[in-house]
Structures are given as structure tokens and as C-alpha cells.
Design a binder for this molecule. Structure first.
Ligand code: SAM
Length: 317
């Protein structure tokens, strides 16, 4: 036997250290938790952990001001040791009962937080980057790399990072050079290389886009001079089965909002849009209303409309 192995065996030859290792083979724990389970003072636990750590039998991880320990990547012949410890159900059974109690106490903390904060949660959630996280999470779930998408009226490209994460290729179109410059800068900052920029009016796009699986008009239609004509033209650029998604404001009579956002139109109604979709071979498959916000006067009720181009209608020229 190697001398180094003998030293490790010596480190293991202690009942408390074996109990610590067994607990850590089941769960990552901090010194305070180990002390409460083993009913030992923290300095004693720390001393044992230091010995185990010096032989790489445990490794640690800092989380804020706490340090959590777990069993290390053990090399032979110690690699089977954690398994061996787990297979000792009758060894110090109270340790396992107390481990469960300790983990239950952790869970109580987070449940109490949830109970206490339910009423404030929506406000609290605004304080971290919740919306980008949500969107990237959706992109991960729903995205398909073979998709070709178009962000029509991309503006400063606010949505491009999420679209680029959801698709193989994204075409970002806008009539404004100033907006497109910012959209390009955003993509460069985010190291996005699958977005292609097109400086054009949407009405003049014919033939400049590849057949698209999806097109997005996100807060754009209210600025378009001839919305009915545009929807008709866009339908022809979509692949059969492709989708056009429109997000905008519901019809309203707030002149100040329309001026502030450069709107030609005071929002839209479902029936009006549905009738504009048909000539382009598009069929509305979903209409979702989003309520406005009482706290934010700019947030009037909005909608998301999803239209699909059917196989049959795709033959309409
Ligand atoms: C309110 S911004 C929205 C930008 C982006 N979609 C978003 O949600 O952040 C509308 C954008 O659409 C563009 N736009 C409006 N009408 C257009 C048209 N007919 N052709 C090309 N771009 C247009 C404007 O230049 C502007 O950048």
C-alpha cells in the first residue's frame, strides 16, 4: 500500500468524520447544518472538515457568506467509498432523521418567503432581469435552429437577442438608418451572428426576404401608412404553414399616447385585422388580449394576434 493511501485511511479512521462523509454523500451541507445534525459545536465540525478537505475527501462551495461541503471526486480505491457509506442504513439512523429535519427547515425558509411575499412578488420581480430571463427561457424551450424569422420594424432590435436564440436565421428590417444602427450595435454587443439587416420600407420588401417560417410586427403596425396593404403583401412572403405575429395596442382614443409613440392609428380591433389578413392567404389562429396597467398610464391594453398561412391559401398569388 502507498504511504499516501495509508494517510487517507488514517483520516477516515474516525467515527465523526465517517458520519460527516456519509451525510455529505447524501446532501451538500454547511458547517452550521452539520453541527445541528451531529449535535456538535461548529469548531469541532470545522476541524474535522479541514482534515477531510486536506485529503480532497470533501470539497467546498461558497454561497454568499456560507460555505457548503460535499464529497469530493474520489480517486481509486476511495471512489467507491461514498457508495459504501450510503449503503449503511442502520449506521447512526438518527443522523438521517436529523438530516431530513434540517432540509425541511431549509424548505420552510423558502415557503415562508413565498407566503409572505405573494402580494409583493410582481413588484419584486421587476428588480431583476426577469423579462430577459423569461424570454431566453422560452427561446430555449420553443426555439428551432432550422427556423427563418423576420423582425419587421425591428427598431433598436430589442427583441433580436431572443429571436436570434430561437431561430437559425433572423432578418431584421427597418426603414430607419438610426434605428438599424442601434440594432446592429446591440447584436455586436451580444455577439450575435445570425441576424441579417435590411434597410427598407416594409412595403418594398418583396423578393428581398427568403421564405420565412415566422414574421413579427411588434409595435409596428400602428405606424404603417397602409396596414391592410402591408398584411396582404406579407402573407405572400410567408412559407405555407408559416406564422405572422402582430403585437400592438387595442383600439383606444388616447390622443396623447398616439402622439408620444408616433402612431398613425389609435390601435386595432380583432375583426378589422382578421379581414385584412384574408387577402394575403392568412388565417387568424389566436387572439390574445393583454390588460393594461393601472400604475402606468402608457400601458394601454394590448393584443397578440397569431395568423397562419395555410397550404391551400399559399397558392393565392
Ligand atoms: C415603435 S418601433 C418598435 C420597434 C420594435 N419592434 C420594438 O418592439 O421594440 C417601430 C419601428 O417600426 C419601423 N417602421 C414603422 N413603419 C415602417 C415601415 N413602413 N417600414 C419599415 N419600418 C417601419 C420604425 O422605423 C420603428 O423603428
Amino acid at each position: 500500500m502507498h504511504n499516501s493511501e495509508a494517510i487517507v485511511f488514517k483520516a477516515l479512521a474516525d467515527d465523526t468524520r465517517l458520519r460527516i462523509l456519509r451525510l455529505l454523500s447524501l446532501e451538500e451541507l454547511n458547517v452550521w447544518e452539520l453541527g445541528s445534525i451531529l449535535d456538535l459545536p461548529q469548531p469541532t465540525i470545522s476541524r474535522h472538515l479541514a482534515i477531510l478537505r486536506s485529503h480532497s475527501l470533501v470539497i467546498d462551495r461558497r454561497d454568499g457568506n456560507r460555505v457548503f461541503y460535499r464529497v469530493g471526486e474520489l480517486r481509486p480505491p476511495f471512489d467507491k467509498f461514498a457508495e459504501y457509506l450510503e449503503s449503511l442504513p442502520n449506521h447512526e439512523p438518527t443522523d438521517l432523521i436529523r438530516l431530513e429535519e434540517c432540509l425541511a427547515r431549509r424548505a420552510v425558509g423558502s415557503r415562508r418567503f413565498a407566503d409572505d411575499k405573494a402580494a409583493e412578488w410582481d413588484e419584486l420581480a421587476k428588480s431583476f432581469q426577469r423579462q430577459p430571463l423569461q424570454l431566453f427561457a422560452m427561446a430555449g424551450l420553443l426555439g428551432r435552429k432550422e427556423l427563418t424569422l423576420a423582425d419587421l420594424g425591428t427598431g433598436t432590435g430589442l427583441l433580436l437577442p431572443f429571436l436570434a436564440a430561437s431561430a437559425g436565421q433572423v432578418y431584421a428590417v427597418d426603414q430607419s438608418v438610426a434605428m438599424l444602427r442601434r440594432a446592429r450595435q446591440r447584436c455586436a454587443r451580444n455577439q450575435i451572428d445570425n441576424v441579417h439587416f435590411i434597410h427598407s420600407r416594409l412595403e418594398k420588401l418583396s423578393g428581398r426576404l427568403p421564405p420565412c417560417d415566422g414574421m413579427l410586427l411588434h409595435f409596428v403596425l400602428h405606424q404603417v401608412a397602409r396596414p391592410a396593404g402591408l398584411l396582404r403583401a406579407l402573407g405572400k412572403e410567408l412559407k405555407p404553414g408559416g406564422r405572422l405575429v402582430i403585437a400592438d395596442r387595442i383600439k383606444h382614443d388616447d390622443q396623447a399616447i398616439s402622439e408620444k409613440y408616433g402612431s398613425l392609428w389609435h390601435g386595432f380591433e380583432c375583426e378589422q385585422l382578421e379581414s385584412w389578413l384574408k387577402p394575403g392567404g392568412l388565417r387568424m389562429v389566436e387572439w390574445r388580449l393583454l390588460p393594461g396597467s393601472e400604475n402606468h398610464q402608457d400601458q394601454l391594453p394590448g393584443f397578440v394576434l397569431i395568423a397562419e398561412k395555410t397550404e391551400l391559401q399559399s397558392s393565392i398569388a
